[in-house]
Design a protein around this ligand. Sequence first.
Ligand SMILES: Cc1cc2nc3c(=O)[nH]c(=O)nc-3n(C[C@H](O)[C@H](O)[C@H](O)COP(=O)(O)OP(=O)(O)OC[C@H]3O[C@@H](n4cnc5c(N)ncnc54)[C@H](O)[C@@H]3O)c2cc1C
Length: 351
Amino acid sequence: MAVELELYDVTIVGGGPAGLYAAFYSGMRDMKTKLIEAKDELGGRMLIYPEKMIWDVGGVTPIRCEKLIQQLIEQAQTFEPTIVLSQQVTGLKRLEDGTMIVTSNTGESHHTRTLILALGYGVMKHAKLELEGADRYEVTNLHYTVTELEGYRGKHVLLSGGGDTAVDWAMELESIAASVTVVHRRERFGGHEKNVKYMMESSMNIHTPYAIAQLHGSGNAIEAVTIARVDAEGRLTEETKRLEVDIVIINHGLLGDFGPIVDWGLEMGKWDIPVDERMATNIPGIFVAGDTANYSSKLHLIAGAFTDAALAVNGAKLYMDPAASKMAYVSSHNARFNEKNKALHITEEDA
Ligand SMILES: Cc1cc2nc3c(=O)[nH]c(=O)nc-3n(C[C@H](O)[C@H](O)[C@H](O)COP(=O)(O)OP(=O)(O)OC[C@H]3O[C@@H](n4cnc5c(N)ncnc54)[C@H](O)[C@@H]3O)c2cc1C
């Protein structure tokens, strides 16, 4: 089976910022690269907040997240890696020659010398509203993420949730929606203090400790919501209110899932994989980058994902060829960019 498959130097699992930057950097190291992403689009968890402004990536002035994703994808494609979407990597088999076959949920196989797991916290799914029949409204006005703010203009929006993201969305929607109602099952919100204070003093309608008890709709659209007071034990009480709404947004968090990778024999924590200084795991040839990596000084930031990715690629390169340089030559003096620089028509002055 393996013989017919094309052999890659490195297969990167996960198309978030860590995986995307690894796909670029492995090109700098002249490695034949494949990237496999479970979702049908690249960007990882950045896809959760496409409209937010990102300020904390070095050298990048404030940028809308969706634009940064676009730039990361463009950069990842510099050395033309093979990119596979909509395949969740599930299985691993080591061949006698030390190379590996990874399989995916679609039944496809991939042959590789090394692996970089850039899984984030696994394949993420929104925690669903636990009400029978709620899913039928997902095609219309029951949303689990805010992707296009304009869609909320002039609408009466009810948002259920109390974490950072819920508070952020409520604040962003305030100036666009006709009204914003926030329902949270705890008395206190978990978001940044300053934002919570702003929200509490704003014109938003805040209901705590309340939770959605019932959705009222006709056809496939929600028209009103019954919320119920939550008691100290977390149970819904008989104290209810009925609210007319145009759109309901649920932000009850995300649930990650590493899937069958947990059975590969990797040393694993619940949400991460311990690594050494080269991002190597306990399984030879398997490296980790980004939020999946567990080491004492780990930065759970986009910027941290980039450093991890370069380290993991260098680790993979040295695993394949122990005589290789410990890191790539810097891009300003890397022959791989000579032709590309010419193509960019960089003038002497710019260069
Ligand atoms: C709301 C929010 C706001 C944030 N704001 C900022 C910010 O302003 N600045 C900042 O620096 N950071 C921010 N972060 C954190 C940042 O998004 C993460 O640190 C970053 O996305 C981690 O990148 P990653 O590539 O390690 O993982 P992820 O972005 O989680 O990407 C992992 C990818 O791997 C895929 N995957 C998982 N398992 C498999 C599998 N078995 N097979 C195939 N594919 C798989 C997933 O589908 C996913 O696409 C924010 C995070 C959130 C949730």
